[in-house]
Design a binder for this molecule. Structure first.
Ligand SMILES: Cc1cc2nc3c(=O)[nH]c(=O)nc-3n(C[C@H](O)[C@H](O)[C@H](O)COP(=O)(O)O)c2cc1C
Length: 264
């Protein structure tokens, strides 16, 4: 199955055949997930695979008793490590240098950027200083927001892990398997029950298995025309304001002044 078909046929499946998923298959899918992009290639993810019946039952209880968590052949607990910028800095640097992806000079620069970008220092005090400094700089030139506070680092690694999740779900589809992203769970209890280190974020559970009804209907999506904005934000007739039709917008070819700026 090619990627386009995988995208078209993926759906959140909640009824599975009681069949295990071979571990080699799971490893193959996780290898594809592991190839997701991440900032500075820091790869802030961990995959906890739950395929034993008792453990799946336990996980189901911690996920609002959702039956598909237990029914699937396996469930992957996708975790994000907010400390990956520190823990993975050197291993990823060594690997890239050994395979000739970059040299010593770039490695030094990368390391400085990573520390500048993520390091909040003891008690986050350096982070607060960086935030004040970067806000001042931003008055004069464009500057991204630095994830120096723990809250921001957590949000960033969650986003990155979601990219791995998407790859995993589509890869599963290409292997004739189905998945369901599950976000309703008690992350703290899952960490304690499965021995996941406290600093990790439990991002998503993904039950994976063989669908009971492989040809079930798929959920529709809102029209693409309402979602695509060429050369700046535009609002479609009948939704929000100002009222500018998508067709007119397309004809104008993205003239910002004629369209006006919509509220976010
Ligand atoms: C972040 C996230 C959390 C979700 N949490 C749950 C969940 O707890 N239980 C569930 O059955 N489905 C969950 N879903 C699945 C959505 O309900 C589903 O993807 C959506 O209705 C679209 O349907 P489709 O995936 O079949 O296209 C979640 C999806 C996402 C992306």
């Amino acid at each position: 199955m090619i990627l386009r078909d995988a995208i078209h046929t993926r759906r959140a499946v909640r009824r599975f055949r009681p069949e295990p998923v071979p571990r080699e298959t799971l490893l193959d899918l996780l290898d594809l997930a592991n190839r997701a992009p991440s900032s500075f290639n820091l790869q802030p993810w961990h995959f906890v695979v739950v395929d034993a019946s008792e453990q799946k039952k336990k996980l189901r209880r911690l996920a609002l008793d959702q039956a598909h968590v237990e029914a699937a052949g396996a469930v992957v607990i996708f975790c994000a490590d907010p400390a990956a910028w520190r823990e993975h800095l050197k291993p990823t640097e060594r690997q890239a240098m050994n395979s000739g992806v970059f040299g010593l000079e770039y490695a030094g620069r990368r390391s400085r950027y990573i520390r500048l970008y993520f390091d909040g220092g003891p008690l986050g005090l350096l982070g607060v200083l960086k935030l004040v400094g970067s806000s001042l700089v931003r008055l004069f030139r464009p500057l991204p927001h630095l994830p120096v506070l723990q809250r921001k680092r957590r949000a960033l690694v969650r986003e990155e892990v979601m990219l791995a999740v998407a790859q995993f779900m589509l890869a599963a589809r290409t292997s004739g398997l189905d998945t369901c992203p599950v976000g309703a769970f008690d992350g703290g209890r899952i960490k304690r029950a499965f021995g996941i280190p406290r600093r990790m974020e439990v991002v998503l559970l993904v039950p994976v298995g063989y669908a009971l009804e492989p040809d079930a209907q798929r959920q529709p999506r809102l029209p693409l025309a309402e979602k695509v904005h060429w050369n700046g934000w535009s609002v479609v007739e009948g939704r929000g304001e100002p009222r500018v039709s998508y067709d007119r917008h397309a004809r104008i070819g993205g003239g910002q002044k004629e369209r006006g700026r919509a509220r976010r």
